[in-house]
Write a protein that binds this ligand. Structure first.
Ligand code: 5GP
Ligand code: ZN
Length: 121
């Protein structure tokens, strides 16, 4: 992995990675951290984040995209741990108009109930 870990002192999710803000951990390895959303929108609602500060999907580039392999491997692990074999949804809000409120790349993993077939309910 060439991606150098970089955390931002002013970022909420970087503080969660550092343990400065408590969180309910679901998965943790050298590159990725996953924890329960504080305001769950489904019986399972986990946030999966890289342990390096990337503001959003829009900031992914050839230099930092290597982190996405471990992130998606962690998403699969989370789905197994949370018994989501029936199906789950992965969402990454990108930018204000899409509802992004925390500027650290994160993937919502939602499941545990029948989700709407519509992409946007
Ligand atoms: P976004 O709106 O940026 O797509 O997602 C940010 C998510 O972070 C929201 O679903 C929100 O509930 C969650 N969140 C915000 N602050 C905290 C926190 O301090 N702890 C946890 N566990 N989740 C948080
Ligand atoms: Zn951050």
């Amino acid at each position: 992995m060439n991606t150098k870990p970089h955390l931002n002192d002013d970022c909420l999710f970087c503080k969660i990675i550092k343990g400065e803000i408590p969180s309910d951990v679901v998965y943790d390895d050298d590159f990725v951290y996953a924890f329960r959303d504080i305001n769950p929108q489904a019986p399972t609602h986990v946030l999966v984040i890289p342990k390096t500060h990337i503001p959003s999907c829009a900031a992914v580039n050839a230099d930092n995209a290597e982190i996405l392999g471990p992130v998606f491997a962690a998403i699969a692990e989370v789905s197994k741990k949370e018994n989501l074999s029936e199906g789950f949804r992965v969402i990454s809000n990108t930018g204000k108009a899409a509802g992004q409120t925390v500027e650290h790349l994160h993937f919502h993993v939602l499941g545990g109930k029948d989700l709407s077939e519509k992409l946007i309910p």
